[in-house]
Design a protein around this ligand. Sequence first.
Ligand code: FAD
Length: 435
Amino acid sequence: MVVVGAGLGGLLVASEVARRGGRPLVLEAGPVPGGVAATVRDEDYLLEPAAGSFLLPHAHLTPILESVGASVVPAEAVAQRRFVYDRGELFELAGPAALATRLVSRRGKLHLLREPWVGSPATITDESLRSFLQRRLGPEAGRMGATLMAHGVFAGDPDQLSARAAFPAIVALEDAAGSLVRGALARRRARSKDVPRARAHTALNGMDGLAAELAASLGDGFRPDWPVDSVQRDGNEWIVSGRGEERTPAVIVALAPTEAARIMPGPFSPLLNEAHAAPVAVVGLGGPEADMPVPSGFGALTGPDAGLRILGLLFESSYAPRRAPVGHRLLKGIYGGDADPAVLALTDDDLVALAIEEAGRILGVPFQPSWTRVIRHAPGIPQYHVGHSAWLDRLDQVAAEFPGLHLAGWGYRGMGVTSLAQHAAALAERVLAAP
Ligand SMILES: Cc1cc2nc3c(=O)[nH]c(=O)nc-3n(C[C@H](O)[C@H](O)[C@H](O)COP(=O)(O)OP(=O)(O)OC[C@H]3O[C@@H](n4cnc5c(N)ncnc54)[C@H](O)[C@@H]3O)c2cc1C
């Protein structure tokens, strides 16, 4: 089988196929694997422009990482400390203690406590993240939760993101138990005591290092500098054309939907071009400890009334090893997305100045970075808007006419690395089971 694209999505599918005994060939347009997760290394800073951490153990990601001997390490224990900045204040959220913060008013908390008794709709609907969480948690906590989740994962707009498509595990709690609280309790009871609680992990040698490990495990099954121009059917086979021609019974195209549209058979293109992604900018701020007083913790998200344009500020050097030189610190800010597309009109210098000012306001201390970097992603982060699940169904209908041809990557069924691994397992099973 052939996988087109060696981002983390394509590499995880290929590694899972190989782990199950298959022989995948990965064709990548660029000179190195990793796609958007192209780690920046400069003056001993290590800045992750995309995926920077992921939760392990995970039923599907852990076996893949173990099979290639990947260098992943647990994040520092301080990663459990997470903050929210809103209305000029920084609130620490630590599990149930979050209920004690003033992030949500007393009235809002009372509404939260009623969640187990809130009824569910008779029919399953595709509603926005904000509508879903406000229905379950009340207007105040729902608005807060929806903003934080939308900012933190998609840089998205909580009024446009689909709760079901963007956060399926959370909506599944309501589906299973009629309540998020009761569903979460049931899930916790069902969890095997032998499986440790999932914790944040990082790639010790950067995400591009992890991508290189996954690619290396494929041996000559990874071919860089091999842009694919088209994927066409020929009888029971597929012809993958680009720098040469490969014939294969199965192809997995692991590209962003609008990029996939350029090489897939005609009937896919209009549908794939309907996909929406939102550009984002990642701003790295580094410097000596004295000038960069980064606190201990994972980071801070901004709430709906923060009055800032930054969506999230990650305390990189605090929770992840090797992200800054000895005696130095690194912060990472995220801007843009559907949450605030206009901010991306700023120049790099202006974005850096804004990030320095806003980090100072969030943490209440001045920052004077000596090392800065701006990385812009376009087309950017896929946005699973209301209607995304119906779009996936329509794609499946078209795909049914093209046996052996599949789509993978963050544009479809989950935006994080663990979701990519879960989808990889499902795809590997289908491809290897095909006659
Ligand atoms: C700011 C940001 C923060 C993030 N944080 C996290 C996080 O903390 N945790 C987490 O789990 N995830 C995170 N993610 C998401 C994660 O980085 C992505 O899910 C993942 O990197 C996407 O991989 P992919 O393979 O689907 O796509 P891509 O990385 O886009 O890979 C596609 C690949 O296909 C290649 N290609 C394109 N066209 C062709 C062609 N015609 N022929 C051959 N090859 C081609 C490209 O060169 C590229 O290598 C974050 C993303 C962003 C942007």
